[in-house]
Design a protein around this ligand. Structure first.
Ligand code: SF4
Ligand code: SF4
Length: 454
């Protein structure tokens, strides 16, 4: 039986433009711009310099603390190490490599002699060195999720919901690369010591479900596919856990609090490739779609490929394009420049044209309550909006604004066309700034007190 979660909305999934198109390999780019922060945690420090020769899979960014290393995605010469525009906003230190088109593979890329004989510790080390992160956009380092979950987690869930409109890369992977998905699930089952891994897939991908089930049968793998109702944001970690286990992750908590660990389909494929071939994350499948794109496609390209090349491969952008988004239309980031490159978390590039610019001149709340019904986190968005306008941090805390996952379901359903999600991002920042201010004041008071007593 299909399962679901509380709240949510039913946007038109807009997937028909690409869900029947096989993943195409983009022509190799002349140059890649690889950002040194493509993960949750501190940015990597570049370990190459201008003039260095690099090979595919060679480590070029080293992490300290929470993070994931970064590798060269083409062979060639480093021509700059400098800040460049980044899809998550602002400029970020990047390594720029001119491609020599020799496709030389680094000596650092070594396939294990017998992947099935690896110990749990050895597999985690491979996942860590391969720079694997939550590639659905969350970008949390995968090795940290695995090592932190062992002993706590008894339910391993693979996120195949792909609930954001337009995006079809995971669906295509289910059809074209099921052996990587199921193989990766088997390694996760071994790492967590569980006898079953569950893949949650929305029912609008029935052929994807069939393809996975066929491979599970062939491989006799300890994996089951759980069909899910098509409802946004089904792919939110907490919503997926609720739909599959019936249990709710406590407010402010992680899935591990209820014994769950959730991994993205792309990350599972990356785990399989790293363990069987030694190749780290150097390529990404990106859905290029939207009304501003002449011929929408799913393209696979080296990490760091300038996004303009992906749009060019899709016939370019239409003249009346007014908006570019990196990611899906609900949770993606609007871009002020096309001068950005593909990162590990870039699942889609969307361009919108023509009359799709539905900006209200005078957004007004009509107190219809639809946002409350839609919020999967049981929040009351209309009040949150009011408190953000008043910059009232106390009320924002009382209304649990930090539980907002910025899914955009409320903004989608709102007939008053209020900029709800945008305003909640600002509200969460107000709360964080206030907490930092209070902490600094408390520390200063404590230091003054200690000085007095000395
Ligand atoms: S953006 Fe936040 S407030 Fe709005 S529906 Fe999503 S979780 Fe709820
Ligand atoms: S959906 Fe929009 S108009 Fe309706 S109550 Fe919520 S904020 Fe107000």
């Amino acid at each position: 039986m299909a399962k679901a979660f509380f709240g949510g909305v039913h946007p038109n999934d807009m997937k028909a433009a690409t869900n029947e198109k096989a993943i195409e390999q983009l022509a190799p780019p002349k140059q890649v711009v690889i950002p040194m922060s493509m993960h949750f945690g501190a940015p990597c420090a570049p370990i190459v310099q201008k003039g260095d020769h690099v090979k595919i899979g060679q480590k070029i960014g080293e992490t300290k603390g929470l993070g994931a290393p970064i590798h060269a995605s083409v062979s060639g010469t480093v021509v700059a190490v400098e800040p460049r525009p980044f899809s998550m906003g602002g400029n970020i230190m990047s390594v720029v490599i001119d491609n020599d088109f020799q496709d030389e593979i680094s000596e650092e890329v070594v396939a294990p002699a017998d992947p099935d004989a690896l110990s749990v510790e050895e597999m985690i080390e491979i996942v860590k060195n391969a720079g694997i992160v939550g590639m659905g956009g969350a970008t949390f380092p995968t090795h940290v999720k695995i090592s932190g979950g062992i002993g706590l987690v008894d339910t391993v869930i693979i996120n195949g919901a792909e609930c954001e409109p337009y995006i079809t890369g995971d669906h295509r992977a289910m059809l074209e690369r099921p052996e990587q998905i199921i193989g990766g699930c088997c390694y996760l089952a071994k790492m967590f010591g569980v006898d079953k891994v569950t893949i949650g897939v929305e029912m609008n991908k029935q052929n994807g479900i069939d393809s996975l089930n066929k491979k599970i049968e062939e491989m006799k793998a300890p994996v089951v596919v759980q069909p899910l109702r098509t409802r946004y944001p089904q792919g939110g970690e907490k919503q997926l856990c609720q739909a599959i286990t019936g249990k709710q992750v406590p407010p402010g908590g992680l899935p591990s609090a209820i014994g769950c660990a959730v991994f993205n389909i792309n990350s599972v494929c990356a785990i399989y490739r790293a363990i069987t071939t030694g190749m780290p994350v150097v390529r990404k499948v990106v859905t290029v779609s939207g009304s501003g794109v002449v011929e929408p496609k799913n393209l696979e390209c080296p990490i760091g490929t300038p996004v303009g090349l992906l749009f060019d491969a899709c016939g370019g952008l239409k003249d009346n394009t007014f908006k570019l988004i990196a990611g899906g239309p609900m949770m993606g980031m609007a871009q002020y420049t096309a001068d950005i490159s593909v990162a590990k978390g870039t699942g889609a590039l969307l361009a919108f044209a023509g009359d799709e610019n539905k900006v209200a001149q005078d957004p007004t709340c009509i107190r219809c309550g639809r946002c409350v019904e839609a919020c999967p986190m049981h929040l009351r968005p209309l009040y949150l909006y009011m408190y953000v306008q008043k910059k009232n941090v106390e009320l924002l805390n009382e209304a649990h604004i930090m539980d907002c996952m910025e899914c955009g379901a409320c903004a989608y359903i709102c007939p008053g066309r209020l900029h709800l999600t945008q305003s909640f991002k600002a509200g969460k920042q107000l709360v964080k700034d206030d907490a930092a201010k209070k902490k600094a004041a408390a520390e200063a008071a404590k230091a003054a007190e200690e000085k007095k007593g000395a």
